[in-house]
Ligand binder design. Structure first.
Ligand code: HEC
Ligand code: HEC
Length: 324
């Protein structure tokens, strides 16, 4: 018995350590409950199928690219590149966004033009530069994979088809939640968790002095709107949401990205031209580039080197424990 005691302590502390690694809010996540569409209710087997598809390179023409090639789990589901590498050495037009918390998006893509994740899932597959796959050929290919065909019959009571593909990938994406950053524990966890003094000063700068929260609003760190933050000149090749409706008031407007896990989502902006958060802050401090349609919320401000470091340190506190 004498020897049993330390072992018991060891096991208990190991359990506590494991539990502390990530935070479970239970029913009360600061992000609220994930709403599943009526025609795509949550289901464990469906999520598992979606996860396999997400990591499967057979979804692309030459079987080299999967969703995870551009949305890598270890990089908050981005890829660390300015623009991404698709099939056959082709490049995407834009920077790959994080899909953590995509479950909460009210519109999908930088232009905010797609209604839901189900509709989005089939876009990269058929995109010439991304996965370059023709849907008919893809379904034929995936029906020949016994696990996929069997799962489709079992879960959806139908043969593997675009419906099965898009529903299961979207169901998997809705499980990718990030709500346990140091900031979350500090701000929503009844202050039982401490942010460093530096990070707290950064949070005050962000929310009170610079009012970045007007667009990067809590709890998602985005207001989900399409805004012009002064980054994109009217003569840029990529004019943002303008390409959807050809409405000149949309020139330079892009969906406000969440800043959760921003330490891992660089390089920054839709074209990935800023390498560091310091560069982003310098850009905002200059009052943007004074472009057509620039939001009146983007105005020049003075910021010291010390404050800049505080702001970056706060932004780093938005990193969650999504990595498994
Ligand atoms: C070759 C790289 C690449 C591949 C492969 C890829 N994506 Fe993306 N993804 C991107 C880029 C770039 C964007 C931004 C496009 C835009 O908004 O115009 C994006 C956007 C998204 C978004 C929208 C996020 C938001 O905040 O609006 C979701 C969701 C998404 N991808 C999921 C997927 C899924 C699911 C797959 C696989 C079926 C996939 N992606 C394959 C690069 C890629
Ligand atoms: C008028 C709304 C608005 C305000 C105010 C605003 N932003 Fe943004 N922010 C955006 C938009 C829109 C983008 C994406 C632009 C693009 O991709 O071209 C963005 C992008 C960013 C990015 C890059 C994120 C990424 O993953 O690429 C960071 C970091 C950022 N903003 C930080 C801030 C900070 C810090 C402040 C306050 C000083 C601030 N923003 C104020 C709208 C805003």
């Amino acid at each position: 018995m004498k020897q049993g005691f330390p072992l018991f302590v060891l096991v208990v502390s190991a359990l506590v350590l494991v539990k502390c690694k990530s935070w479970d809010w239970g029913e009360s996540s600061p992000l609220g409950k994930v709403v599943h569409p009526n025609d795509n209710q949550d289901d464990t087997a469906k999520v598992a199928l979606g996860e396999s598809l997400f990591f499967d390179t057979r979804l692309s023409l030459d079987e080299t690219v999967s969703c995870a090639s551009c949305h890598k789990p270890g990089l908050a589901f981005t890829d660390g590149k300015a623009v991404s590498d698709g099939i056959l050495g082709r490049k995407t037009a834009r920077n790959s966004p994080s899909i953590l918390n995509a479950a909460y998006l009210t519109s999908v893509m930088y232009d905010g033009e797609l209604k839901n994740l189900e509709m989005q899932a089939i876009v990269p597959i058929q995109d010439h530069n991304e996965m370059g796959m023709e849907m008919g050929a893809l379904i034929e290919r995936l029906r020949k994979v016994p696990e996929y065909q069997e799962a489709a019959r079992r879960i959806f009571k139908r043969d593997f088809d675009p419906w099965v593909l898009s529903r299961s990938i979207a169901a998997y994406e809705r499980t990718l939640i990030s709500d346990d950053s140091d900031f979350d524990l500090f701000y929503y966890g009844k202050k039982t968790h401490k942010l460093s003094k530096k990070q707290q000063r950064g949070w005050k700068l962000f929310s009170e002095k610079l009012k970045c929260t007007q667009c990067h609003a809590l709890p998602y760190f985005t207001n989900f709107k399409v805004e012009n933050n002064g980054y994109t000149p009217a003569d840029a090749e990529d004019k943002g949401r303008f390409r959807i409706h050809g409405d000149s008031s949309d020139i330079g407007k892009f969906k406000v990205p969440s800043l959760r896990n921003v330490d891992y989502t660089g390089p920054y902006m839709h074209d990935g031209k800023f390498e560091t958060l310091e560069e982003v802050i310098d850009f905002y401090a200059a009052g943007g580039r004074n472009v057509l349609n620039q939001s009146p919320l983007i105005k020049p401000f003075k910021i010291t080197q010390k404050e800049k470091e505080e702001l970056v340190s706060f932004l780093e506190s938005l990193t969650g424990n999504w990595y498994k």
